[in-house]
Design a protein around this ligand. Sequence first.
Ligand code: PLP
Length: 400
Amino acid sequence: MGPIMIYFDNNATTAVDPEVLKVMLPYFTEKYWNASSLYEPATELAQDLQKARQTTARVLGAALPSEILFTSCATESNNAALFGVARANPGRRHIITTKVEHPAILEVVKELMRQGYEVSWLNVDRNGNLDLGQYVRALRPGGTLLVSVMHANNETGVVFPIERLARIAKETDPKIVFHTDATQTVTKLPINLTGNFRNVDLLSFSGHKIHAPKGVGALFVRQGTPVRTFLLGGHQEKGRRGGTENIPYIIGLAKAMELGEAAGEEERTRVAALRDRLQAGLAERIPWLEINGKDADRTPNTLNVACHSVEGESIIMMLSEAGVYASSGSACTSGSLDPSHVLVAMGVPSGALQGNVRFSLSRYSTDEEVSTVLDVFPRVIDQLRRLSPFWDKVNQKPAE
Ligand code: PLP
């Protein structure tokens, strides 16, 4: 074995669960048929596909398996949802979303803006919570086409009250379409599309965040929701998404849903306890540490911190040398030197914006790993601060 490897970057992607891999393998080597072919073994495959759809629908509490469309990733699901709704409802030109969405929503909304749509961007406060008053004022009966609000933020884990937001939208005007990007919450938080999420019309998520492989995702489309076809081609997915179905990956996704469901509350409680221990330990050991979203409702696995007077990329590099893998900002925005749009929207102090680290745990995370990070991370910060011109070494605070 090489040096220690602690993987605390599960909001970026997760390890495929061995049980998921096991159920997928026969579909590469033995049952590699096209699910549309008519010979006997291929027709069995169509049944396996249907079972996967039923499982996915059941875990999400959807009324009908046909409300689940399999896609290639959450980015595709989000694009399909937003562009599909816009094209199906040309009479409405107003969209509501938040300033802290993932780029897979932000960039689509910006494209719709370029096409002439008017957008209301919702603010968040220092804890990452939405401004509900602004939301209510933004809704336009007869005018708003779509509300798209993520269930939980990928950088901070802050959870938005989707249940309430969707109900308010429907009470304002039942024709407003409500979409949520639940990529960070499926199997991590309770979602029931005929229960707490009954007013949600569209919901996106991805396999690789829940211990299924990269390259598969899904979009829930409530029956009757006006959405135009997004991938023109064959008859697959009831003609709503052409392209030969990615059977092994879809089977893997359904298995991951089942495993996530079985792990349930027990796993959430265990992971949240690890995260809370990490948070408390870091707060105790590191002065001038911002814990972003600490007073908000958060996903159990996410801890976002910002250290004054140091730089995130250096922290990540030094952690990596110590065998600890985490992210600065999100995987999608790292590589750019711009501060995270999420932390900017939350009003994180400018001296801490660059020193951002996201730890995201999983079912495989252990107490021992948390102890190691509690040992390594404060030493990394201490070392970097000793080199930083922005840190007052005498008074142990940011330089004036
Ligand atoms: N939405 C959110 C909230 C995410 O966290 C991510 C991935 O980081 C995505 C969308 C994009 O997911 P995918 O990589 O499956 O396209």
